[in-house]
Every structure is written in C-alpha cells, then in structure tokens.
Ligand binder design. Sequence first.
Ligand code: A2P
Length: 272
Amino acid sequence: MQTTITLNNEIKIPQVGLGVFRATDSEAQTAVTWALETGYRHIDTAKIYGNEAGVGRAIADSRIPREEIFITTKLWTEDIRQKHVKAAFEKSLTALHTNYINLYLIHWPAAGFADAWQVMEELYQQGKIRAIGVSNFHTHHLEELAKVQTIKPAVNQIESHPYFSNQKLIEDCQTAGIPIEVWSPLGGKAAMPLVDPVIVALAEKYQRTPAQIIIRWHMQRGVIVLPKSVHRERIISNFNVFDFQLTPEDMQSINALNRNQRVGSDPDHFDF
Ligand code: A2P
C-alpha cells in the first residue's frame, strides 16, 4: 500500500514520487507514463528541467482523473529576480495542461524570495495552488522567510542520500512542523551509494535492490522521497517498497554512511 504524508495544511501527499530532473521532455513523458501505470500518483518537476510539457502530456494521456495525481513544480530563480512569479506560474500551468498545481516550490533561495513568497501566498489563497513550499532552504533562509510569511512552507525539498544525510536540517524542519522532501535520494547522477558495500549487503539480506533499500531508509526517516529514473524496470522496482521494513539496527548502519558529501550545490554558494 502506497503511504501518504499529511502536510501542515492537511493536504495529503504520496510519500514516494517520481523525480524527472535531467530527463528530456520526451524521456519525462515516457517515464511519467510508466510511473502512472505502475501506481505512482506523485510527479515532481520544475520549470528549469524543461520537461513540464512532457509531464503534462503523460498525465493527460493517462486518463487518470487529475485529482488523483499530485503534481509539484518549481519557480525558477530568474523569475524570482525579475519578479515574474505570476507569469512563470501561468506558464507552468499551461505547460502541464492543468488548471492548478498541487505543490509549488521556490526552487532555490534566490535574492527576492520573500517577495516571491507573498505572490505565491496570493495564488494559494485563490486556489490555484493547493500547497506552497520551498526547496534548498537552510534554517537561516527559513528564518528570513518566517519574518514575512503568513503561511508556513508546506515542505522544504532538499538534497539527501546516504552519503549526505542532511540529518540536522531534516530534524530542524521536522521540529518546526515543515515536512521534508528529498532530491537525489539515491545519490544523484552517479548514484554512488547504490554500490556501497553496506547497501549491497543489506540488499542481499532483504532480497531487495540497493535502490529499494535506500528508498525504504528515506521512508522510515519520515521524509517524502523522489527517486528519478527514465528506465521502466527501475521505475517499477523503485516503487516496490511498501511491503518490507528495515530494522532499527539496519537504519543505523545506513545513517553511519554519512560523509557530508553533497552531489548538488550548497544553497549558500549556489551561483544565481
Ligand atoms: P536512470 O534515469 O538512468 O535510471 P537520484 O538520486 O537523483 O534519484 O538519481 C538516481 C540515479 O540513479 C539516476 O541517474 C537514475 O538513472 C539511476 N537510478 C534510478 N533508479 C535506479 C535503480 N533502481 N538502480 C540503478 N540506478 C537507478
């Protein structure tokens, strides 16, 4: 059974979603088609990925009722800087062939994010977005946002995988009532944790794939997890994670793999 997490505005989000970063428009279309066939009901894209249209075509072609699918997309930094929030949002809606977004995120904490947030709050109040959140925010960005927000971010989507657990930020957000979503959950493009001996041994033990072990680790940490793949077999197996559990000891042995080794940018040093 697919698990869901309840966001701080009572909206439910499926805990495992398909990520489509680095997928072309047509790759995203086929990946989303396969994912929906598999049972995924949560797709995570972004304007900057350049594949919202492919995601939108796959959703439309699936004939699955729109209200059964959770779509996330993200506001790009250039649109924050140029104060084009509404126009960027409308473009994403058009590309995705939909009239509302389930979750709209500030992609990176670019200068001007507090102003952008206020516009997102308006779109939320108008019902065009079901939940608004942020991505790649450190605690100090969340504190800055808190000075202007009237709505608390529904999520913070951040990098996390066994080599960069990001545990402190996860716990700080969870304590503050901000659920966490994780990107590059398998370790990103190179996916190095998939061949880590500890992960491989656990895969043997549970008779699962290394990716399933890592996805399950994230789930048991209580985070929303967005594994990316454009391969059908992987999309299917990455979703086959609802019928087993890692022991607390095995969770600990994955926690111990942390090396504070990011695969993406540090939000404090992102080149905007
Ligand atoms: P591909 O799309 O070619 O399958 P992330 O950590 O960002 O989710 O990325 C995981 C990377 O590992 C992707 O580049 C993806 O590439 C690959 N991948 C996804 N699922 C699996 C899997 N089950 N086994 C091996 N590699 C995977």
